[in-house]
Design a protein around this ligand. Structure first.
Ligand code: F7E
Length: 328
């Protein structure tokens, strides 16, 4: 191991954020290690990342992994992150996204005490914790009202992170990230589901798109911008918690208008409302205020909503074109 380079360990490295964060850290000269759960493909993870098997649902090898990697920074991005799926798999979701945080924090506490290593910890907290938000925009001081098993698990992970900071002096930060998207977003999240469908409809590969609640409103930013906020939190003098958001909110309708409009399509001719995609409890509107991150960390989002939708739609058009060529 090259001891001159900072070492980072990223859990959930095979996901959207894991890939962007890996790229950012590699560009900054880090040696990057990634933890991948059993059965997960490396996704968009760069080949320079050293992959290790591990699962927050188990946790029995976390200590050994920390001993082997000796990270300066740990980014906990692993979770069952699909809100609707969490209603179908509440216990699994709580185990990974909630208890998993505690397993990792405890492994870091023991590792630090034994080796004397100083480890900085980032927890991927979520705007879903605000749920039925009591005020708009939401800040670091807005009370939580989670509306799904996923959000309840994230609230647990949030407070465990705060408690390890207060009880043991661990350099532990929560990034309360609002929705963040990209061409690498999983295809079951609404933004990517829409851009993928719009592109396939444009090329005649699909005709219909089935969706749930079109009135939901989200503060959508670009994942590539948001991973930089994670890194900045761990470089700051003090550990703290930060809202990361654009400050603008748009409905699913708006997203449909922008994505289908980009391809000169009329979404009303293709979208069907399917109760299968309605949630037992919905989060109606989220909009974040990232003033603290802007003033303390010097962070700000670069990609605005329209640019984000175009980036995703254009990438999915290219993907659909490749798909079409394979078909013929
Ligand atoms: O839904 C509505 C749905 O699944 C957004 C995760 O990364 O961000 C994400 O959570 C909205 C909801 O994201 C469909 O009801 C309508 O109101 O893209 P989503 P999410 O639930 O906001 C937060 C910050 C996280 O932490 C999560 O891990 O869109 N919607 N029709 C639909 N949503 C989906 N998935 N599929 C539909 O057909």
């Amino acid at each position: 191991m090259n001891s001159d380079r900072p070492v980072a360990l990223i859990t959930g490295v095979s996901g959207q954020d894991g890939s962007y964060l890996s790229e950012l850290l590699l560009a900054k000269g880090y040696q990057v290690h990634g933890m991948v759960a059993c059965g997960h493909a490396p996704g968009h993870c760069p080949p320079e990342v050293v992959l290790h098997h591990g699962d927050l649902a188990d946790g029995s090898n976390l200590g050994a992994l920390l001993d082997a990697v000796r990270p300066h920074e740990v980014y906990n991005l692993a979770a069952q992150s699909h809100v609707q799926l969490s209603f179908e798999m509440p216990v699994y979701t709580a185990n990974v996204a909630g208890l998993g945080v505690l397993r990792l924090l405890e492994a870091i506490r023991i590792h630090q005490a034994r080796t004397g290593d100083a480890v900085r910890f980032y927890q991927a907290s979520s705007s879903e914790m605000f749920g039925r938000a009591v005020e708009t925009p939401q800040t670091e001081r807005t009370p939580f009202h989670p509306r799904s098993p996923y959000a309840c698990a994230k609230v647990f992970g949030y407070w465990q992170t705060v408690n390890y900071r207060e009880a043991y002096g661990l350099f532990a930060c929560n990034g309360i990230l609002f929705n963040h998207e990209s061409p690498r977003r999983g295809e079951t999240f609404v933004t990517r589901k829409i851009t993928r469908a719009a592109a396939r409809i444009k090329l005649g590969l699909q005709h219909e798109l089935r969706l749930g609640n079109l009135d939901a409103s989200r503060d959508w930013g670009f994942a590539g911008d948001y991973v930089e906020a994670m890194w900045r939190m761990l470089q700051y003098d003090q550990p703290d918690d930060y809202v990361i958001a654009t400050g603008c909110t748009h409905t699913v309708h708006d997203f449909l208008d922008a994505a289908f409009g980009r391809l000169d399509l009329d979404w009303t001719r293709h979208v069907q409302i399917d109760p299968l995609f309605l949630r037992p409890a919905e989060v109606d509107v989220l909009r974040g205020d990232a003033t603290k991150a802007r003033t303390q960390l010097g962070w700000q989002p670069r990609v605005a909503f329209d640019e984000l939708v175009c980036m995703m739609t254009d990438a999915d058009l290219q993907l659909a074109q490749r798909e079409k060529r394979m078909e013929t």
